[in-house]
Design a protein around this ligand. Structure first.
Ligand code: GAL
Ligand code: ZN
Length: 672
């Protein structure tokens, strides 16, 4: 059954936490929400302690009023289960539900998301409050979506307590068919005397004196993701039983630093995928991160999604929290819409006076409505209203980037040839030149159906299973264009090295073989020569590579591997397979990817001046071209005859002019 969010147009709002405020403020909230065009707010996310003052005793009086008030004001509620923050009374009754860290330290309550995901007492209490909410509000007319929990795994992705240890063993018995020998084989426990003779001997990867077993650690990460997923599906099922047509979501964080959950496994369990995104103050071009995470979220959703949280200004959890520059609030929000968001929401509606997030920006800041943020919030509401018809349209791409959490986890395990390799940094390095060229990108799993793509990029796929490797190989052998980055195909799904040369699983399709990695120290790049720009260098990685059918596009020009191929290409019928055995500097990587892309016949969405973002959503009758000026210079971009700019409500034929720092959303008739 397809459950959809019944809110007109693009949803707009944020986390609404009125319990922090006296009731007089609620009336003002309603007035201001209407003024800003807010039509969806997430309610009750951390309200457990107020909703259930003691075990099994509920006080719904406040929430009743809030939901009625929202409904009277035409605002829909995304009603949360408050299970991310169990009350103090719960932990006094169930101290065993507190989590333990790697060092065996039990953490305390007094914050949020400090519970053991495997605790039966926690699960029972969470399902009880979810059931009570569902029973009371399933038919409330304001309730249009369930916001299950909040950011699963944000602070407690892994718990190392004895209860979690037992749950891990159950998960492992299931994975290995109750066969301990299979586990011993998969983990390679013949090494360092780690062989297990009894399931009870198997523990979480707790703090040890030396490195713990890599496959043990990898299975642990898989288990932690699955364990939280089972909490999500259990709550969702309780809600669904009471309200069969109301969609359920939980907010993902496909953000820069969070990597605890395998969202490919999660996304199919959500009726509507939603994501939270925050900017990193030190990122000189955070707009690229917005685009990357938006493309990844759209790919997880296979269509439109919701931006559940971002910030109107600074956050409060980085060393220094940068405020937004003029116009940035609008550009950031519309950049998410450009990547497929059908809703834009913030943490949070009204900036808190007290509590841990009092210095986090909000839609209504401490300063009140006499503030730039409020003016921007009101303006954005009008903009989103003007974009109503964009809802439901989605991006289309001819380029796919392979993304896999298993591969990310495995790459970043300790004791690699280089501890400098960061999965997201490698993906971002390859994504950046595509973003700059205005090329549309999807993210795919290694075993995805690739028939619709002209070009498939795997910036890093350290771990790949047989199915993924075979899929990518047959894609290239069948005439597709494939480019693979270094240290890929090296291990199988159990983290066992593939023998007989690197890059393991991709040696044949790439037509190369290397016998030894030569990782590069930070600040010690090597020069490249060949079909690369002058001054080209490679960093992070090099390897002694031999051609086995491929041609050398570039080679190392100095260092211990002088003369050895660094970038290779092997033609396969109409397609080709490329190997980048180092990380080229940004100019060189852009030049190489331009060449690969041109060979594959991939064109940009639109040609635009440097720094001007272009992205397209495709609707049933028209295309929507988003043009976002991040340069502060303004831009003129070609558009189809008979186009219409939605934000200004004006016809714009042939070109659209975007003022400095501004955004245009152009409806183009189909077929142009
Ligand atoms: C998110 C969280 C919100 C708020 C926000 C602040 O991780 O879901 O509740 O804490 O961060 O940026
Ligand atoms: Zn635990």
């Amino acid at each position: 059954m397809k459950r959809t969010l019944s809110v007109p147009g693009i949803a707009y709002g944020g986390d609404y936490n009125p319990e922090q405020w006296p009731e007089e403020v609620w009336a003002e909230d309603m007035r201001l929400m209407r003024e800003a065009g807010v039509n969806l707010v997430s309610v009750g996310i951390f309200s457990w302690a107020l909703l259930e003052p003691s075990e099994g005793v509920y006080d719904f009086s406040r929430l009743d009023k809030i939901l009625d008030l929202l409904h009277d004001n035409g605002i829909a509620a995304d009603l949360a289960t408050p299970t991310a923050a169990p009350p103090a009374w719960f932990f006094r009754a169930h101290p065993e539900a507190l989590p333990a860290d790697r060092d065996g330290r039990t953490l305390s309550y007094g914050s949020r998301q400090t519970f053991c995901p495997s605790s039966p007492a926690y699960r029972q209490a969470a399902l009880r409050i979810a059931g009570a909410l569902a029973g009371r509000y399933a038919d409330h007319p304001a309730v249009r979506m369930w916001h299950v929990h909040n950011e699963y795994g944000c602070h407690n992705a892994a718990c190392y307590c004895d209860t979690s240890a037992a749950a891990f063993r159950r998960w492992l018995r299931d994975r290995y068919g109750d066969d301990l020998a299979a586990l011993n084989h998969a983990w390679g426990t013949a090494f360092w005397s780690q062989w297990y003779y009894d399931w009870e001997e198997v523990l979480p990867p707790r703090a040890t004196g030396a490195v713990s077993n890599p496959t043990h650690q990898l299975d642990w990460r898989r288990f932690c993701s699955d364990e939280l997923l089972s909490l999500y599906t259990a709550e969702r099922d309780v809600l669904r039983a009471a309200a069969p047509t109301v969609p359920a979501t939980t907010n993902f964080m496909v953000n820069f630093s969070f990597d605890a959950l395998d969202y490919w496994r999660w996304a199919p369990e959500l009726d509507l995928v939603s994501n939270d995104h925050y900017l990193r103050s030190t990122d000189p071009e955070p707009q690229i991160d917005i685009a990357l995470s938006g493309d990844l979220t759209r790919s997880l959703a296979h269509g439109p999604w919701l931006l559940m949280e971002h910030s109107t200004g600074a956050v409060n959890w980085q060393p220094v929290n940068r405020a937004k520059s003029p116009g940035q609030l609008r550009r950031d929000a519309l950049a998410h819409v450009a990547r497929g968001a059908d809703g834009i929401a913030y943490f949070q509606w009204r900036q808190s006076k007290a509590g841990a997030e009092q210095w986090h920006s909000a839609m209504v800041p401490h300063a009140g409505t006499d503030s730039r943020i409020w003016q921007d919030v009101v303006r954005l509401g009008a903009d989103l209203k003007a974009l109503a018809e964009v809802r439901g349209s989605t991006g289309t791409a001819e380029v796919a980037i392979v993304w896999e959490w298993d591969a990310r986890w495995a790459l970043e395990l300790p004791s690699q040839p280089s501890g400098e390799l960061r999965y997201l940094d490698l993906v971002r390095a390859w994504y950046e030149p595509l973003w700059r060229s205005g090329v549309a990108v999807d993210f795919v799993r290694p075993d995805a159906d690739l028939t619709g793509y002209r070009l498939v990029l795997a910036p890093n796929l350290y771990l790949v299973d047989e199915a993924g490797a075979a899929n990518l190989t047959s894609y290239a052998a069948g005439g597709g264009t494939l480019a693979v980055g270094f240290h890929s195909g090296a291990v199988d799904e159990n983290c066992h090295a593939r023998l007989a040369g690197y890059p393991g699983a991709f040696r044949e399709v790439l037509g190369v073989r290397s016998d030894e990695p030569f990782p590069l120290l930070p600040g010690e790049p090597v020069a490249l020569s060949g079909a690369v720009p002058d001054g080209a260098t490679g960093s992070l990685w090099s390897e002694r590579l031999r051609l086995a059918g491929a041609e050398a596009v570039a080679s190392y020009a100095d260092g211990p591997l002088a003369g050895v191929p660094a970038v290779t290409r092997l033609a396969h019928g109409t397609g080709s397979a490329w190997y980048l055995a180092t990380l080229p500097d940004p100019v060189t990587l852009a030049a190489l990817l331009d060449r690969v892309r041109e060979e594959a016949g991939v064109a940009p969405v639109r040609t635009a001046p440097p720094g001007v973002e272009v992205a397209r959503r495709r609707g049933p009758e028209a295309d929507y071209l988003f043009v976002i000026d991040h340069t502060g210079q303004g831009a003129e971009v070609p558009v189809a005859e008979g186009s219409f700019e939605l934000l200004t409500g004006k016809e714009t034929s042939g070109t659209v002019t975007v003022a400095p720092g501004d955004v245009a959303v152009v409806r183009e008739p189909r077929g142009q």
